[in-house]
Design a protein around this ligand. Structure first.
Ligand code: COA
Length: 462
């Protein structure tokens, strides 16, 4: 049986209430985004004054639209919204997105309660109010009023903040993180984070779920949805500080709650808490492109001693270990190093390390059963060209795909400038997460380890 939100994300008929010819209005942008979507559906603009908008026949009310309506997008001033919702109930509309602001987030609780009463008496699922809508990049539908196309991929994002959600679309594109769906939840009058996590848990186009939350309405449901989700769930929870909590109250009208309780609850449910949006994307990139780490033993390969130590410290600070090399691996790597150095972990290939040293040492760590994850780093030291480092990683990634037994993540780190940038894009587009900071790479490896542990718990192995 299909999920209850299937018609919400894949509607066959959409009406836009408050569609306008005025190009500066949100109702105009919402209608246009659907029209320019690469998505097949019937579209109905609703405006009492117009006969057609953007070449599409217009109706005065949703009740006058022929046939059923899967999704209604509402963009009229708050005070008109209850009447529109009553019309939707009468029309037996399945789903509604209320873009309009002016409810509990500005202290207008009474108006929001009026909407709740209408919804409770209906079978409608309602997103918002005070939302941007959603973009479904997997199916090509843009059901939001905001500008920007998300690069298709397998991260689905839920954002309590509309503006941040919009920023995240652009950040994702820039970071080569592909999006399946991105949705703003606003005041969460009906459709809540837990409903969406449940949907994404069974959505074949979603591999990783990410959330920006300020508060959840039902803690138990939220935790259960994360617990049930057999995919990694990354959570950024804002409002940690006293002043931050005060800011959440005026943003979405919600109470931030005790941060310690949230922290413990997310962990207990098997979610991975992220410090900020950049960390969420760093980790999403790792989880979407790499296999989880089966344990916390990390092998580090560098061409510079300093970055090797920084990476080791960052790993150990984040619950990972950087063990001594086994004698078998030691011997393999000793053979390829110049006489002046001996293999250690971190393995310093020295400043003139070229393709072969990177490739052979990465392979040695892939083959080592005492290593669960590999970090390969390059400092633009002025000897070997950066392309030798990135070329070796790409070769190892291809090789790992050929060998079933090498289920180990490979993450990359770089310290350099312009000459590196195109190569960094090459790695990112091949699904290799690459980071400019030892801390960020360690936090991402930690997420791969946590996901490995979650999968083991799910199987009953630990
Ligand atoms: N049914 C359908 N359309 C109606 C209507 C009705 N009952 N009553 C009025 N309209 C039409 C209006 O005539 C207008 O069309 P027009 O341009 O052809 O005149 C259109 O609906 C919009 O109404 P208008 O009064 O012009 O409102 P607006 O477009 O200036 O503002 C919102 C409406 C919803 C955008 C605004 O109230 C709002 O909430 N803005 C903030 C939205 C936001 O930021 N959300 C959160 C994002 S994260």
């Amino acid at each position: 049986m299909s999920h209850i939100l299937e018609t919400f994300f894949k509607p066959k008929t959409i009406a836009v209430v408050g569609a306008s010819k005025n190009t500066t209005k949100i109702g105009h942008a919402a209608l246009k985004n659907i029209l320019i979507s690469d998505y097949e559906c019937k579209i109905y603009p609703i405006n009492p004054k117009e006969k057609e908008i953007l070449g599409v026949k217009c109706y005065k009310k949703v009740t006058q639209v022929p046939g059923h309506i899967d999704l209604v997008i509402v963009s009229v001033p708050a005070k008109i919204v209850p009447q529109i919702m009553r019309d939707c109930t009468q029309k037996k509309v399945k789903n509604v997105i209320i873009i309009s602001s002016g409810f509990s987030e500005v202290g207008n609780q009474e108006l929001e309660d009026e909407l709740k009463t209408i919804i409770e008496k209906s079978n409608m699922r309602v997103l918002g109010p005070n939302v941007m809508g959603y973009k479904n990049a997997s199916d090509g539908l843009d059901a939001s009023f905001v500008y920007g196309r998300a690069r298709e991929g397998n991260l689905s994002l839920i954002s309590q903040s509309g503006a941040l959600g919009i920023g995240m679309i652009h950040l994702a594109n820039h970071e080569f993180v592909g999006i399946s769906k991105i949705i703003g939840v606003g005041n969460k009058i009906d459709i809540d984070d837990d409903d969406l996590i449940d949907y994404f848990a069974q959505d074949p186009d979603t591999k990783v779920v990410g959330l920006y939350i300020e508060a959840v309405k039902d803690g138990r449901k939220f935790m259960n949805s994360i617990k049930k989700c057999k995919k990694p769930v990354l959570v950024v929870k804002a409002g940690k500080s006293k002043a931050g909590a005060r800011a959440t109250a005026s943003h979405t009208g919600s109470m931030a709650g005790s941060d310690k309780i949230y922290d413990a609850a997310i962990k207990q449910a098997g979610g991975i808490r992220c410090r900020d949006i950049v960390e969420l994307f760093d980790r999403a990139r790792a989880l979407a492109g790499q296999p989880p780490a089966q344990g916390n033993r990390i092998g580090i390969i560098t061409n510079g001693g300093g970055i090797g130590i920084l990476l080791t410290d960052a790993c150990e600070e984040n619950g990972l270990v950087v063990p001594k090399l086994s004698s078998k691996t030691y011997k393999k790597i000793d053979k390829i190093l110049p006489d002046i150095v001996k293999p250690n972990n971190p393995i310093d290939l020295t400043g003139d390390a070229g393709f072969y040293r990177y490739e052979a040492s990465t392979r040695a760590l892939l083959e080592d059963p005492n290593i669960d994850g590999i970090i390969v780093a390059s400092v633009h030291g002025g000897y070997a060209r950066p392309v030798e480092f990135t070329g070796a990683i790409l070769k190892m990634i291809r090789e790992r795909k050929l060998h079933e037994e090498f289920k180990k993540p490979i993450l990359a780190a770089w310290v350099g400038g312009k000459e590196f940038e195109d190569l960094v894009w090459d790695l990112k587009s091949a699904g290799v997460p690459i980071y400019p900071s030892s801390w960020r790479i360690a936090r991402s490896m930690m997420a791969l380890y946590l996901e490995g542990q979650r999968l083991k718990r799910e199987k009953g192995d630990i």
